[in-house]
Design a protein around this ligand. Structure first.
Ligand code: SF4
Length: 216
């Protein structure tokens, strides 16, 4: 009698990655922006908010304050009003302004392209820094762990952790570095379309045979 060896966690992760690439070949960052500063600002606004809502706010915001210098010198109350509908607007406006002031004064008005420097900016943690590095500069410095990536990586049995930093470390060990952002972007698509927070559609999921929590 022959017994079939079950795939290792790494093998499963790589197979999931290939299927996600096939399922969502054109997946990309869904925030609208024209410059690295605008991407940074949009990503700060996307905390606890949908990208769709952020994209409704940013045309007026970037129309009025298009770059780091104008955001750094903006009237704070006006800035708050422009970002109000994204939630936590006082904190977000304060962080956006403080980050833009630091970019203007310490980084020659250019968003830094190194993780260590990005993390010095107010309101910027690894998630935001990873998005900016990947989409503004094409640098895979880490794996972006948002609410979808966290939930799906847990359900797919690729991490047992709850803290984003530990989930990111687990995923970085399992996935090839050039695909770190590919993973996050496509997992976000899958989380929105199929593996939703309240009711995962396992019967329609192309990853079900690789997923230990599938109810298919
Ligand atoms: S099988 Fe179900 S739980 Fe697993 S990834 Fe698919 S939708 Fe999510």
């Amino acid at each position: 009698m022959t017994t079939r060896k079950s795939p290792s966690k790494k093998q499963r992760a790589l197979e999931i990655l290939q299927r996600l690439k096939h399922l969502y070949p054109d997946a990309t960052c869904s925030l609208n922006y024209s410059t690295p500063v605008q991407l940074l600002v949009a990503t700060i606004l996307s905390a606890q908010c949908t990208d769709e809502r952020v994209n409704k706010v940013t045309p007026a915001l970037f129309g009025r304050f298009p770059d780091a210098a104008s955001l750094a010198n903006a009237d704070l109350e006006e800035l708050e009003n422009l970002v109000r509908s994204t939630g936590f607007y006082r904190n977000k406006a304060k962080n956006i302004q403080a980050a833009c002031r630091m970019i203007a004064t310490e980084f020659d008005s250019v968003v830094p392209n190194q993780m260590e420097q990005l993390l010095k900016l107010p309101g910027v943690a690894r998630k935001t820094a990873n998005v900016v590095l990947a989409h503004a500069y094409g640098i895979n410095a880490g794996v972006t762990v948002d609410t979808h990536v966290k939930r799906l990586s847990q359900r797919l049995g690729l991490t047992k952790h709850a803290e984003p930093i530990k989930i990111e470390q687990d995923l970085m060990k399992l996935l090839p570095q050039p695909d770190w952002e590919n993973w996050s972007i496509r997992l976000i698509y899958h989380g929105r379309a199929i593996c939703k927070a309240r009711s995962p559609a396992c019967s329609a999921c192309e990853l079900a045979d690789l997923c230990p929590t599938s109810d298919k």
